[in-house]
Design a protein around this ligand. Structure first.
Ligand SMILES: *Cc1c(COP(=O)(O)O)cnc(C)c1O
Length: 227
């Protein structure tokens, strides 16, 4: 199977799940997660119509963006961000999904150039409350969102989650439902958030069932990553 074949299959699945759960397919963006795959694979995906790509290592995103600067790719950063990489990410990315430290958010806000649109950001929520995982705990979410909303060069769009590994559909769905409920709570308190970045290759259906607006798909498009 080629990347082009895989994209067609994923696109069809996305449409099928949207219909199954009575959603508009156009409300669900496919983010192609290209980490640890070569730029040739990204070029193939782009030629097949895919324009948004996600990377979770800053250095890798920056190198690929440079090698692909002939293409108008929309870059999404989805991994942990260190201070020393924030300036370049603020210059290259359209989205950062993984905001969980106010210090990094303030740097991005300060570094985002005035001639660029505001940087779209999501708060990463540690929804499964795992000690080892990144993300804001649900109990701290409202205060954190209020702090982010003060930053004029960032546009707070919503929430991103990477749940604990789970193969059972109903359990996958329950965690995404909790995430959707957190977004609704924030909106009841006056936020206007429209983004739920949730769902990967193994739990895309559950995420769409619960309202995902961006699904982040790597393996099902590009195949297994080399370790
Ligand atoms: C790697 C990665 C993905 C894609 O995972 P697949 O299981 O390969 O689809 C999605 N989100 C994040 C944050 C990732 O790091």
């Amino acid at each position: 199977m080629t990347v082009t074949d895989n994209l067609q299959i994923i696109g069809a699945k996305l449409k099928h799940f949207a219909e199954k759960y009575q959603r508009a397919a156009s409300d669900i963006q496919l983010l192609a997660v290209s980490k640890r795959h070569p730029v040739t694979a990204i070029r193939e995906a782009y030629a097949a119509g895919q324009t948004a790509f996600g990377e979770n290592y800053a250095q890798e995103l920056l190198e690929k963006a440079e090698q692909l600067d002939d293409l108008p790719i929309e870059w999404h950063f989805i991994g942990p961000l260190q201070s020393n990489k924030s300036r370049k990410i603020a210059a290259v990315a359209s989205w950062v999904h993984s905001i969980d430290r106010i210090k990094i958010a303030r740097r991005l806000n300060h570094q985002r150039a005035a001639n660029l649109p505001r940087l779209n950001v999501c708060i990463q929520v540690n929804i499964s409350q795992e000690a080892s995982k990144s993300g804001i705990l649900p109990a701290e979410l409202f205060d954190f969102a209020e702090q982010l909303a003060q930053l004029p060069r960032l546009k707070l769009r919503g929430l991103m989650v990477i749940p604990a590994a789970e193969t059972e559909f109903d359990k996958q769905r329950a965690v995404f439902a909790e995430t959707a409920a957190l977004l609704r709570q924030l909106n009841h308190k006056g936020f206007q958030l429209d983004t739920l970045s949730m769902g990967m290759s193994s739990d895309m259906e559950a995420a769409i069932a619960e309202g995902a607006t961006i699904v982040r798909i790597g393996t099902a498009i590009f195949g297994q990553r080399k370790s």
